[in-house]
Design a protein around this ligand. Sequence first.
Ligand SMILES: Cc1cc2nc3c(=O)[nH]c(=O)nc-3n(C[C@H](O)[C@H](O)[C@H](O)COP(=O)(O)O)c2cc1C
Length: 425
Amino acid sequence: MSHLEILKRPVHFKSGAVAPNGTLKSAMTERLCTWSKDDFKKRGWPTPEYISLYKDWGEGEIGTIVLGNIPTDARYPEAEHNACIDMTIASHDEYVKAYRPVVEASKAHGSLVIAQLTHAGRQTSIEVNPEPVSSSDVQCQPAMGMTFGKPRAMTLDEIHELPKRFAFAAKVLAEAGADGVQLHAAHGYLLSQFLSPRVNKRTDEYGGESLDNRSRIVFEIVSAIKQAVQDPKFIVSIKINSADFAEGGFDGDDSMEMSKRLEKAGVELIELSGGTYESSGFEHKKESTVARESFFIEFAERIRPHLSSSKLAVTGGFRTAKIMAKAIEEQSCDIVGIARPLCGERHLVKELLSGKKEKATDAHPSMPAQLTLPACIVQLKMTGSGQPIPQMTTEDGVKTLLSILQPPNPEPSHGAEANPDGNKL
Ligand SMILES: Cc1cc2nc3c(=O)[nH]c(=O)nc-3n(C[C@H](O)[C@H](O)[C@H](O)COP(=O)(O)O)c2cc1C
């Protein structure tokens, strides 16, 4: 079987849902929804630009499209202009009406569509919310050009509300036509703050050393979603870290144990990533993964043999069709996730699957590696502006992107090295 045939093979989920091929567009915050600093009711409503972006991706033959994170509490977004579905703000029907067009645009050409649900917890910049909440009161250190307020530990009542919030949003998205939802439990956001022994210092049943306690809220949310959405084909997915890459954080053994437990709980798609704001995971930690492109492939191949019904996706680093296919062929994973290249080359997957391209175009040497993430945000923000998207792959494109990210006379802003608006994930 050729590498393209391997990538083009449909992925059959246990529940019966089918992704047309083994590629996945990983969640990327779009920052294209409405925003108001003071009026929470005006936060997170889809705009024509947001829908237009997914129309583009929907035309790109991506097997599974994961919508960028959708906070379930308007008070704790990850950034300004985040999407949002908050049960205390508007009705089920209002949200279904607002989100249906984005799901429809994404699904128009047969991709499976999964919406990522989240809560930023302590990882919300101080400008967005100076008084965040978290599993406990451990503050996020300045990172990625941002500073963060000291969080307060969530009360038990607040924790008990989380499953209701996630289930409400899942029901909205199911009715809007989504094929599933994904819990964002990676990258240091709230659920990852519960999973991390470094951040979660609670002494009640939601914290402490034991993984049972640290992961309790995740399983309560999974169970609430399954009760709220009874369609057996509706996929419950999760994005977890293979490791936080921080002393005392969630580690490889935790991710292995979590994966086994998630499969038992009926989570059909586990996407592996890594790192947090404080400790970036989007780089090779070992020489042995460089040729395989994927940063987390060695974690994936440890976990994959322990899964029998859940599918394993791994995201971070994949750029070349042959290398992606090899990861699937060698059963290191079932699905390959791609993010940054799809910001500039929206139809990259289609071009890879047709053989027109062998790999995503390399960034131009003048593009600083540490700025690829904020540059992606600029590319996404330019959707709907009617102008060509500046590419990281050309010298002119890099010049344009850098002039936006690092204007010649930047206003001083809490010591940020790059535009603070751009550097979050
Ligand atoms: C602009 C941008 C926004 C992102 N937003 C999210 C997000 O909302 N949720 C998430 O789980 N990961 C997010 N990520 C991380 C990506 O999904 C992915 O894990 C990471 O970019 C590594 O994959 P890549 O090397 O293919 O880019 C974001 C990444 C970028 C570049």
